[in-house]
Design a protein. Structure first.
Length: 202
């Protein structure tokens, strides 16, 4: 049941998917894989935070939650504006070959920070994982095992998703198609950032 629920949650599109999509289309499969690796590293940190109780502090402290929330929201909006600005400047289609090397270096950082600075991931770990642990039992190893399982499932999904995007890259990298996708992705990132900023701590 835990694995089934994880799969359903992972398939729901979010900021991580948007970043992976953008980097796969603009940088290529390597950029997508670097983004995925950054996301998975952040998930492991969230797992360790949940195990030692730091996530509980983030969830229960309105101030700490707000700090993470607004920093994460600003970062998402920044990525969205950066994507739209690159589209407006036509750097994506006219200078992609010269920018790939530079952009590839930031793919890991984007995937890592997008996930790490999202307090909703901490809330997810503290509200979702305990439902699969017996009350009163030691939560260290169960939390650790479930967190690693979730991270592995996320990596498997992104490997498939990035491979699929790369397979249809000939169509996706047409100037018009890429412009549309970049515009949509940039708008979605800004929308996620605004939504995160308006999110209230529970």
């Amino acid at each position: 049941m835990f694995v089934f629920m994880c799969i359903l949650l992972i398939l729901l599109p979010g900021p991580d998917t948007a970043i992976a999509t953008k980097n796969t289309l603009t940088v290529g499969r390597t950029g997508g894989f670097k983004t995925m690796f950054g996301t998975c590293c952040a998930l492991l940190i969230h797992t360790l935070a949940a195990v030692v109780g730091l996530s509980a502090i983030i969830v229960k402290s309105a101030i700490v939650f707000s700090i993470f929330k607004y920093v994460g929201a600003v970062y998402l909006v920044y990525l969205g504006i950066k994507t739209l600005w690159a589209l407006r400047s036509k750097k994506i289609t006219t200078e992609i070959s010269t920018e790939n090397k530079y952009e590839g270096k930031s793919c890991f950082k984007q995937g890592f920070l997008t996930n790490l600075l999202n307090p909703k991931v901490a809330v997810f770990f503290l509200t979702f994982l305990p439902q699969f642990v017996d009350s009163g039992s030691n939560t260290f190893f169960p939390f650790l095992t479930m967190g690693i399982t979730y991270t592995i499932l996320t990596a498997v999904w992104f490997l498939f998703y990035i491979y699929l995007l790369n397979q249809i890259s000939a169509f996706m990298k047409r100037p018009r198609t890429q412009s549309v996708m970049e515009g949509i992705t940039g708008t979605i990132l800004i929308a996620f950032g605004v939504k995160l900023a308006l999110e209230k701590a529970h």
